[in-house]
Design a protein around this ligand. Structure first.
Ligand code: DGY
Length: 322
């Protein structure tokens, strides 16, 4: 690192360990309030800092990117997903962008499994009945759900998170099927069954879990047509991005009985989610907390700082996207 310390702006409240390391190594600007930075604030700060460490809550649209100041050199995201960044526009501006892959795979896979089980075994209804003191009887027909053991788990996007989900699902003797841009090498693929096209995967998925990035190509990947291709009573799990699912189509599929349940950690509108989901007891919902563990928050912060350190040493950051 040079004698002159780079100026770094951290947009959100990160883990204490991350902040301590940032403050040790950079002239760090912290925000007093933990709220998403507006476009105007991002543009204003880009004139006075060398680096920004944002979360997926800060939106670098082409309009924002075109108005960024010339001092900003790098955006070191505290996220693996970068759909909040217009990478083409940032590349044109010569601004380096990094993300934080790998370190959140375990935490996110845990949430995928939680969503799958919670949706399949009616966790929301069960919790509510006990919590609201309405549990006044028991019978063999009470709260019967869907067993996942031995069922087929379809994974869309067999990247790092998808691969960990597949491993965890093996603990439930699930047969893993997957669709990915590229087939995995035999060592990584193990006993998972590759499907060259999505439709073939859908037909073979009792539970379908989404783990692909949100791009223009994957927008509303799960829609009326694709949801209808799942076997009846299938379960949809999404802890990737809300943009992957047409939420009106999902409600139709749940109401018609085509889908038994859904487990969602991501929504088209965040924060907030979809108010039309609230009445559906068979939608198990969490507020985008896939990577929210103490361990992973430190690891994400450190990974973003590793990328910044490399950049300011004149090296190529490990997770450089553009
Ligand atoms: C990610 O890393 O993309 C998670 O969604 C949290 O931002």
């Amino acid at each position: 690192m040079t004698d002159q310390r780079p100026v770094l702006w951290i947009t959100r409240q990160l883990s204490a360990n991350t902040v301590a390391r940032a403050v040790r190594d950079y002239d760090t600007v912290l925000e007093p309030q933990d709220i998403p930075a507006s476009a105007e604030r991002i543009i204003e700060m880009s004139n006075v800092v060398d680096a920004i460490l944002p979360c997926h809550s800060e939106i670098f649209s082409s309009d924002v990117v075109n108005r960024l100041g010339s001092r900003l050199k790098i955006i070191a995201n505290h996220s693996v997903g970068v759909d909040h960044c217009d990478l083409d526009a940032l590349a044109k501006r010569g601004i380096v962008v990094t993300n934080t892959p790998d370190v959140l795979s375990d935490a996110t896979a845990e949430i995928a499994i939680l969503l799958m089980l919670g949706a399949a075994r009616r966790a929301i209804e069960g919790d509510a009945i006990v919590r609201q003191q309405q549990w006044d009887s028991w019978s063999p027909s009470f709260m019967v759900g869907h067993q996942v053991t031995g069922k087929r788990l379809g994974i869309v996007g067999m990247g790092r998170v998808g691969q960990v989900v597949a491993k965890r699902a093996a603990g439930f003797d699930m047969q893993v099927h997957y669709h990915n841009r590229k087939r995995l090498n035999p060592e990584l693929e193990g006993r998972a069954v590759f499907h060259e096209n999505l439709d073939s995967l859908l037909e073979n998925s009792d539970v379908l879990s989404l783990h692909c990035p949100a791009t223009p190509q994957t927008s509303k990947l799960m829609n009326h047509r694709t949801l209808s291709m799942l076997p009846k009573n299938a379960i949809l799990v999404n802890c990737a991005r809300g943009a992957l699912v047409d939420e009106d189509a999902l409600i139709t599929a749940l109401d018609s009985g085509q889908l038994a349940a859904a487990g969602l950690d991501c929504f088209e509108v965040e924060p907030g989610g979809n108010p039309n989901f609230s009445a559906h007891q068979n939608i198990f919902m969490l507020p985008h907390i896939g990577s929210a563990t103490f361990e992973t928050r430190d690891a994400m912060g450190f990974r973003a700082l590793d990328n910044l350190d490399a950049f300011f040493k004149g090296e190529k950051p490990k997770d450089k996207l553009v």
